[in-house]
Design a protein around this ligand. Sequence first.
Ligand code: FMN
Length: 218
Amino acid sequence: MSTQAIDEVLRTTRSVRRRLNFERPIPPELIEECIEIATQAPTGLHRESWRFLVITDPEQKAGVARLYRRGFEAYAGRREGAPSRAQQALVSRLHEMPALILVCSEGRPDPGNNAMNVSFYASVLPAAWSLMLALRARGVGATWTTVLLVHERETAELLGIPEDVTQTVLLPVAFTRDAVLKPAARRGPREVTFWNRWGERRADAPASSGAGDQEPAP
Ligand SMILES: Cc1cc2nc3c(=O)[nH]c(=O)nc-3n(C[C@H](O)[C@H](O)[C@H](O)COP(=O)(O)O)c2cc1C
């Protein structure tokens, strides 16, 4: 196992919304291979509650893109500052993506019960992330998106999703076109990690600069 190759994939699986190849279809076998890898993720009570809806039909993609745009505009109207150019690039070309993968879960969460709620989503989202990693390793870019959930009911009607199935993340996917994917600038581990008691830093660690412990990403 090459630690270096694995770390590279883990460090550089970015949201890819530009420099995508809209013309190059993604072979269904490649998507299934990535789903096979993704479903090695942990699954609560061995239920394998994940379901993957792969949307390649142009009309269905256009329908999803319309709903996504409505959700995106509602989200953009609520937040301060304009959406990024990358976010806008994605919303304007979503219907052109070779495939949209909607990761779903059989069943419904229990919002009143945190343990059940966490278990519900934690049984599906690690697989969605593994799917992004497996796609990345094959030159396919994706973005983790949730604004479509604003219109979960309409999406369900459009795609024939039963009422007892919960939608989670939508991954628009396409082969990347000379995209250079780099590690993101994130807070360093010492800034986000406590040891033994909430708020306590590792005693034998040198004092942090406060701006993160790692070199910022280029
Ligand atoms: C819970 C969640 C929801 C997100 N929803 C959207 C979305 O609806 N549309 C979008 O363009 N990006 C979405 N993103 C992607 C984030 O904007 C992105 O992860 C962030 O900008 C950091 O960039 P990176 O993924 O390249 O590190 C979402 C990410 C998360 C974790």
